[in-house]
Design a protein. Structure first.
Lengths: 298, 280
């Protein structure tokens, strides 16, 4: 006759099996997504080569022409702009918070960053439409071009930059705090002032970490959909200046999912867009996570 | 020269920090100043009437309830899946286990995948099974979206569990499974903050539910009906040409912002409150 402890051990084993299953199922989800998106986008490769798809700028779904170049260029533009805007502010803020500031300043800055990080992207979009777009159209653009609606690549870059700012700051703070205090003390005792210590010791020591953090922020920026969609203008063209409208990949997917079933190959094309995003984000994310992991456990 | 350089950079740092504050203040001020005048009880308590999107009567109750349904259900589902996984990673597997490393990495990757990709993936699965956009689909995709957030942030706390504590529990004769009551009490603050974090992300997500939950002007009564969500409601109202409707979009955005701010304050409060059982 089974004893009481037999049931307890059995229960333990069964629960362990279920948990193992859940864990493995989550890992398999990554693989399932890759295959699912690939099989859904496969039909488009029968009539177009990957090279044509990526480097052609002909976007005429009705005629079966799917050139992703304008969307890829648009995505790259706003992502690069976002990093250009956010990086200096994030670096300076993070240095200030780790090297210079008293704890009462941190008490105020951290909740502010929390709020920035927590705001839904549609709220950023509304903010962009209310403030950034009119500002560009009325104040900034007239200095450079004759007319701009304000729904531009630049607007997308600014809004996206604000969105990745809190992520960058918190990653930088984590990286800087790993630099040993002894190194700073050694530099200070040799007569370097605080900024020199920051420049030659802290920043140099955390170079690879800073790079990984940027890659991480870029992969977050690449997939941002709704805020960018609201301010970018969404014209399928290659933007020639910051005051042209652009049309990033996520916006393309979001805008056309409704009609994609009525045009042949359209679904496959949009799934290919999703697959592209998936692959790029996967590589970027995995790479930067591995680097960051090594830094933290050195 | 050296000291001038230091001074300049100190000023720049201060400015950068002030920019962060200015941005937070500016975003909240913009949303409040444009949203507050249009906010009234009708917005919160009424369903959209026939011509709502061209200026007709009504409110966004459909979106509020839809968001609550989706967020509530997916948070419960997400917790039911995440807690066992975290427990397995930290109690059943050793610290150096390969499986633990791989699964942590894949949760990191899942965390990074944009919600639009989740949405597209889930949508293609739904088409494959012949399902239409529905509340159930929305719950499914949001659950997938927040599981990595749950696991990452609970795991962060669970990893700091002292090994001695587990050993003490085993030495009293409990099995690994029975140790869960102890572990859950220890990681309670992690669970609380993780829940608020993912509720915040779940309620603000638009790209994922756009594909899967669809949109509707009524409150869904079953899992197979489409459901509206607040972010999408903001988005659709904003794309209306009528200024009245756009004002209502700002009001809805304000509602969303208020909800998220409350969650963030609550998160700080809870994480200090739940820490009382922690053994450091």
């Amino acid at each position: 006759m089974p004893t009481l402890s037999y049931y307890r051990i059995l229960k333990d084993k069964v629960a362990g099996g279920i948990m193992l299953f859940l864990t493995i199922a989550s890992i398999l989800l990554v693989i399932a997504m890759a295959f699912g998106l690939y099989f859904k986008s496969a039909p488009i490769f029968e009539s177009n080569s990957l090279w044509d798809l990526i480097f052609s700028s002909q976007w005429k779904p009705g005629q079966g022409k799917f050139g992703f170049l304008p969307f890829i260029v648009g995505t790259l533009w706003i992502t690069i702009l976002a990093v250009i805007f956010a990086l200096p502010i994030a670096l300076l803020t993070a240095v200030f918070l780790t090297e210079h500031s008293k704890s009462y300043i941190k008490k105020w800055v951290f909740p502010a960053l929390d709020i920035l990080a927590g705001l839904p992207s549609v709220v950023y979009g509304v903010w962009g439409v209310l403030l950034i777009v009119p500002w560009i159209s009325e104040k900034l653009a007239p200095h450079f071009v004759e007319f701009s609606t304000g729904y531009t690549t630049l607007a997308g870059g600014i809004v996206l930059g604000v969105m990745i700012l809190p992520l960058l700051v918190s990653l930088f703070i984590e990286i800087f705090s790993v630099v040993p205090k002894e190194l700073r003390d050694a530099s200070l005792s040799l007569g370097a002032n605080k900024w020199e210590t920051t420049k030659y010791i802290v920043l140099r020591k955390s170079r690879s970490g800073i790079f990984a953090a940027i890659v991480l922020a870029v992969s977050r920026a690449l997939g941002e959909t709704i805020a960018v969609l609201m301010v970018c203008g969404n014209l399928p063209q290659i933007p020639h200046s910051l005051f042209d409208a652009c049309y990033p990949l996520p916006a393309l997917i979001a805008n056309n999912y409704g009609e994609m079933l009525s045009i042949p190959l359209y679904e496959a094309a949009l799934m290919l867009a999703a697959l592209l995003l998936f692959v790029v984000v996967l590589l970027f994310y995995a790479g930067s996570r591995i680097v960051l992991h090594q830094i933290e456990h050195k | 020269m050296r000291f001038i350089e230091e001074k300049i950079f100190k000023v720049l740092m201060l400015l950068a920090t002030l920019v962060v504050f200015a941005l937070v203040g500016n975003i909240i001020y913009t949303i409040v100043s444009r949203g507050l005048p249009a906010l009234n009880w009708d917005m919160i308590t009424k369903l959209p009437s026939g011509g709502f999107y061209i200026g007709g009567e009504g409110g966004v109750l459909n979106a509020i309830v839809g968001s609550l349904y989706i967020v509530g259900a997916s948070t419960l589902l997400g917790l039911a899946i995440s807690i066992p996984v975290v427990f397995y990673l930290n109690v059943y597997l050793s610290k150096t286990s390969k499986l633990a490393y791989i699964s942590r990495l894949s949760f990191d990757i899942l965390f990074g995948i944009p919600s639009i990709v989740y949405g597209a993936f889930a949508f293609s699965i739904m088409i494959y099974f012949g399902l239409r956009t529905s509340l159930g689909g929305g719950v499914l995709v949001i659950t997938l979206l927040i599981i990595p957030i749950f696991i990452r942030s609970i795991d962060e706390v669970a990893r700091q569990l002292p090994k001695e504590l587990l050993d003490a529990s085993y030495s009293l004769g409990s099995t690994k499974l029975e140790t869960i009551t102890l572990v859950v009490r220890q990681i309670a603050p992690g669970i609380a903050t993780a829940t608020l974090l993912s509720v915040g992300r779940a309620i603000g997500d638009a790209a994922g539910v756009m594909f899967t939950a669809g949109f509707s002007d009524s409150i869904p009564t079953s899992l197979t009906q489409p459901a509206a969500t607040l972010p999408l409601s903001v988005f659709f109202q904003l794309s209306s040409p009528s200024a009245d409707v756009q004002d209502r979009a700002y009001a809805s955005a304000l509602l969303l912002t208020i909800i998220v701010l409350i969650l963030s304050v609550l998160g700080r409060f809870l994480s200090s409150r739940f820490s009382k059982n922690r053994i450091k």
